[in-house]
Design a protein around this ligand. Structure first.
Ligand code: HEC
Ligand code: HEC
Ligand code: HEC
Ligand code: HEC
Length: 340
């Protein structure tokens, strides 16, 4: 008898913390699930109408300005430094400047990229970066149709009205060992980049600026002869957590989790994902990394690299960025390089 009071108290305290833990860790219902594969294989996507409504609001595209007249003098006939856009009519040129301002520099306006009073001046680093970005966007729209299809991308796909996109990454310094759970392999803290798991939180340096193979499964029954280590496995899982978070899906959006490796058992979207990985490597290596030489030091990451692209830079929680809104249709200037 004499132990009863502390026992009741202990149960109360435990259930209080239990409830707090549950509220913190799980999403409030309703939770909907839709089947995406054979019955009994666990192939489902789980969604919640409440968070879907928030995502929907966040991923709307601003309406395009009126189309510009393609006739009349070329921009190159009156402007000085226009190697990329000089082939446009003056009206089209003005429209693109206006809409780029809305997409990447709504607060600073034209002077975000230009020197006040001298549009031809070249000594604002943002103008140089913007030029490289125009080339990058054209390259994605022309060269990576196997990923972006006819939907295409504009500056807005990544920037959403911010000078620097919200979702970027840079090489992370090696974490020092800390405490009893210390691990020097960048995995002793739950980081958002890998869905708050304690997987290595920079899988990107290897897989999205480097081109290390994302392969784990051994072709033989025993682990003899497999070149893959536990560290490999952790990095691949970190990368996969990022891809799932970035697209707002779970693993079975792409894989049949009975076996992750075989393509003939995977779902269709695994194919564009494969191309997406190669596209991001291309963008980071050929367009973003060289910006290091143009950007001021305070705009670089801790290891001195420019801020880079991953799946979240465009996708931002949705499996087709901006819910598949056609981006390119209203901006043919961003589809093709100038006719020579
Ligand atoms: C995101 C950066 C950015 C913003 C914002 C921007 N521009 Fe530009 N602007 C450029 C780039 C890049 C060029 C060079 C284009 C080329 O290489 O063909 C340019 C060139 C120009 C030129 C040609 C100057 C010359 O003689 O060479 C004019 C005029 C111009 N912009 C006007 C504007 C106006 C007006 C605004 C605001 C409504 C604006 N720009 C906002 C990036 C920007
Ligand atoms: C695939 C995603 C992506 C697209 C599309 C994109 N950008 Fe960027 N942009 C980035 C990233 C990532 C950075 C950060 C790189 C850095 O400066 O470290 C950046 C940086 C910039 C900066 C420098 C900002 C600053 O304050 O330092 C400018 C200017 C810019 N972008 C203009 C544009 C314009 C104009 C377009 C469309 C023609 C465009 N971007 C399209 C990803 C993108
Ligand atoms: C958007 C599609 C997509 C999602 C979501 C996804 N994966 Fe993958 N996964 C891929 C692709 C594509 C590859 C192959 C990458 C390559 O070859 O470059 C891959 C490869 C793998 C591999 C290596 C297979 C092998 O051949 O050894 C494993 C393991 C894996 N994924 C696990 C997961 C897990 C676990 C999740 C959920 C946390 C997940 N994936 C979510 C697309 C996806
Ligand atoms: C430059 C922007 C951009 C980046 C970066 C990007 N994607 Fe995409 N992705 C798109 C666009 C645009 C579409 C829509 C194409 C369409 O309309 O079918 C798309 C579609 C997809 C689809 C098909 C979705 C579906 O519902 O059918 C998958 C899967 C995908 N991306 C995976 C990835 C992965 C994984 C990464 C990172 C390795 C990535 N993407 C990086 C722009 C991007």
């Amino acid at each position: 008898m004499k132990y009863r009071f502390p026992l009741v108290l202990a149960v109360l305290i435990a259930s209080f913390f239990g409830v707090v833990f549950v509220l913190q860790a799980f999403e409030r219902p309703p939770v909907l699930s839709s089947q995406t594969g054979f019955r009994g294989t666990g192939m489902v996507q789980v969604t919640n109408p409440r968070s879907d409504a928030i995502l929907w609001d966040r991923n709307q595209v601003p309406p395009p300005p009126e189309a510009a007249d393609a006739e009349g003098d070329r921009a190159s006939s009156i402007y000085e430094n226009v190697p990329l856009l000089g082939h446009l009519s003056i009206e089209q040129f003005g429209r693109i400047m206006q809409v780029m301002t809305e997409w990447v520099s709504p607060e600073a306006g034209c002077n975000g990229c230009h020197v006040e009073g001298d549009f031809a001046a070249e000594n604002n680093y943002r103008k140089q970066v913007a030029r490289r970005m125009i080339e990058m966007v054209r390259h994605v729209n022309n060269g990576w149709a196997n990923h972006v299809q006819q939907t295409g991308v504009t500056c807005y796909t990544c920037h959403r009205g911010r000078p620097v996109p919200e979702q970027v990454w840079s090489a992370a310094p090696e974490q020092g060992a800390r405490g009893m759970a210390a691990s020097p392999r960048m995995q002793n803290r739950g980081e958002p980049s890998v869905g708050l798991t304690s997987l290595p939180h920079d899988p990107f340096s290897n897989y999205l600026s480097g081109a290390e193979n994302i392969r784990l499964q051994s072709p033989t029954a025993l682990a003899t002869g497999t070149p893959h280590s536990i560290q490999n496995a952790e990095s691949v899982y970190g990368m996969m957590m990022h891809m799932s978070e970035a697209l707002g899906v779970n693993c079975t959006f792409c894989h049949n989790t009975r076996s992750f490796s075989p393509w003939d058992e995977s779902r269709g979207p695994r194919v564009p994902a494969w191309h997406g990985i190669r596209m991001v490597r291309d963008l980071n290596t050929n367009y973003i990394a060289p910006l290091r030489d143009i950007l001021p030091a305070n705009r670089l990451g801790p290891m001195g690299d420019a801020l880079q692209v991953n799946c979240a830079t465009c996708h931002q929680g949705v499996s087709r960025p901006l819910f598949g809104a056609p981006m390119l249709r209203d901006y043919p200037e961003l589809a093709s390089p100038p006719a020579q």
